[in-house]
Write a protein that binds this ligand. Structure first.
Ligand code: SAM
Length: 277
């Protein structure tokens, strides 16, 4: 297959900002990302935004037997045809918006294989896609793991611990029922065009369902109210939930004067369970 720089030139894939396009070209790097995602051969990989195909090639070169990709940019669909042809039957590319797609219908029959989501996400919808996946009602979810590239600042928010500036709604939504870690950084220079900031690879592995965990909708409401006014004490910021917060805070052994960023994930779970009663 031609080098990625040649593909980008041949298909005139000037990066579109509106589609969050920054393309990788180094197959050693995309192989490293692919290998970090685990057993590719016995899984189905769902990739969002294959672009000219750097990560897609990395996945296929490292043994992926089935990659289902969704790409919004028609130019890239054409450019990817040489990858589909070279890896006979292993890659299917759908033109569409990943925000709107019902992934399971698209993937179809899995024959009992696990689905892993692996993607270099477009920065403009990256967080929204993550929230879409992490807020699905059914847990364990339909995917076994997420291995995703984000801007470093977003990765830091996902794995942040309490009492840090990065700790917020995204940290709690991701960590309360999944293990999250940053695997490694990707320098700006690895991309065409180089983005303004460093990126990183984040891996998120859903834990088994916990019967005692609060419902997703409830924890989301509580966390959103708490962090929407993160400088306020919880006795004030939680008023927006429509009931007196003091009994809820007392019953969950949380100080009414505490602020959202001081609460651990367990604190948020206990508090959400009180709101669920
Ligand atoms: N995977 C390629 C790589 O690593 O070089 C490209 C990554 S680029 C950061 C993001 C890709 O997502 C682009 O190809 C862009 O066209 C595509 N994209 C943007 N928004 C999308 C959406 N809503 N649904 C599907 N693909 C999208």
């Amino acid at each position: 297959m031609p080098p990625l720089r040649d593909v980008i030139n041949e298909y005139e894939l000037q990066a579109k900002k509106s589609l969050g396009q920054n393309f990788l070209t180094d197959l050693n790097l995309t192989s490293k990302i692919a290998r970090s995602a685990g057993d590719l051969e016995n899984s189905i990989i769902y990739e969002v935004g294959p672009g000219p195909g750097a990560l897609t090639r990395g996945l296929l070169m490292n043994g992926a037997s089935r990659v289902v990709a969704v790409e919004m940019d028609h130019r890239c669909i054409t450019a990817l045809s040489n990858v589909s042809e070279s890896y006979d039957g292993a890659l299917t590319v759908h033109e569409g918006d990943a925000m709107k797609i019902d992934e399971l219908s698209l993937i179809g029959e899995t024959n009992g294989k696990d689905i892993h989501i692996i993607a270099n996400l477009p920065y403009n919808v990256g967080t929204a896609l993550l929230v879409k996946w992490m807020t699905c009602e059914k847990w364990k979810p339909w995917f076994k793991s997420l291995t995703l590239m984000f801007q470093k600042e977003v990765g830091e928010r996902i794995v942040a611990i309490p009492k840090t500036k990065a700790y917020g709604r995204l940290s709690v939504l991701c960590q309360y029922r999944a293990d999250c870690k940053i695997l490694f950084d990707i320098p700006r220079q690895a991309f065409i065009p180089p983005p303004k900031v460093t990126s990183c690879i984040v891996q998120i592995t859903p834990r088994d369902e916990d019967e005692n965990a609060p419902a997703q909708k409830t924890i989301e409401r509580v966390v959103s109210a708490a962090f929407n006014q993160r400088r306020k004490m919880l006795r004030a910021s939680l008023k927006g939930l429509g009931v007196d917060p003091l009994p809820k805070l007392n019953a969950s052994s949380i100080k009414e004067t505490a602020r959202a960023e001081e609460l651990s994930i367990d604190d948020f779970c206990r508090l959400a369970l009180e709101y669920q009663k």
